[in-house]
Design a protein. Sequence first.
Length: 275
Amino acid sequence: AMLVPLLSLLGLAAGGKLLVVPVDGSHWLSMREVLDHLRQKGHEIVVVAPEINLHIKPTNNFVMKMYPVPFTQKELDHIFWRSMQNLFEEGSFLERFLKTYEGMKNTSAMFLSTCTYLLYNKELVRYLEETKFDAVFTDPILPCGQILAEHLSLPSVFFLQQMPCSLEFEATQCPNPPSYVPRIFTEHTDRMNFLQRVKNVIFDIPNYFLCDFVFQPYAKLASEFLQRDVTVSDLLRQASVWLMKLDFVLNYPRPLMPNMIMVSGVNCAQKKLTQ
């Protein structure tokens, strides 16, 4: 319901053409709901996706442009299954950190190869260059879509819940104080005493190592592809709008910037509750 005004405004641009670079898994499932509404408004949707994936399947609602990748369906399924198992396993902070690190290493290597095969698919990129798109719609948790947006000189709209290491707040220069905003794994609320705030700061430190490991290869790939030095923060900073799957009912209150719009509930089933 919160997206109705936004979609109504987008509907004014009749016949717009949107290039979509999604992230597989649950990221795609929630994004697809928005794309279905945009398609009903008369927009043309072109989705670029790898041939080997979990949920991004051909549909009559969108134009699908698939490209080959260097792994099998079995390898993809195993990596995602292992990552989901890690999320539900208990243990100390160090154990959870090491498991998270290992999972991110495996999935990031797979996603990086996917992005590389997309950017250096000359035939597909030539098609994207020749097609007159109005904007790029992407999930920035992997910056491949934004690299394409920079290459095509197109405005971008991000659709996400949150990013590792709070990169969305660094890119938008949004305040993110550790004395107020809980960090992952701390299990704190937005009301902390002094010792909890100290713990919050300490738990934030390993995130920089994780993000450097995961995103530095994308900065290198983007610099090579765009033929200029860029960082991931440089790429994310170019986004026009951040559609955040957050709200201040299920998520703790925190500062937001004017181009960060909360759209929580967009992927919730629209059903009447029984008594």
